[in-house]
Design a protein around this ligand. Sequence first.
Ligand code: ZN
Length: 160
Amino acid sequence: MIIQSGKVVQLGYVLKDSDGEILDESDAQRPFAYLHGAHQIVPGLENALEGLKPGDKKNVTVEPKEGYGELDPKLKLVVKRRQFDASVQLEPGMQFEGDHGMVFVIEKLEGENVHIDGNHPLAGETLHFAVEVLQIRDATEEEKTHGHSHGPGGAHDHEH
Ligand code: ZN
């Protein structure tokens, strides 16, 4: 079986940024699973995995436009302290969900001004993946309908 649309793929991987710092990893004990062709993972990685088979290893470099996007300066905003719940102690690094489900992070506080950044934390990063294909299986009809993988064997393990 090879990786193609409609297959659930289990991966071991190490993700590093351009400085060689490990951002994320997964291995045979805690494999990462996804539904191929459902855009569950960044396009640059999904495209590079197409056609691989179990046991295959591959190093994949993903540019920002094929990863989490370029940094968008328009998503860096300055808002007022009073726009937040007064009972919340604001601190740099805190995450909030804004309108339309957009997630942003507080960058810094400056008097009444709150600097926020709505870019994905990995926007603008070139991603370096070292990937090993552990297992491939057919997706269940339910997984295809949902557009994502479920637990081992396709068991439904989450709420919708
Ligand atoms: Zn589901």
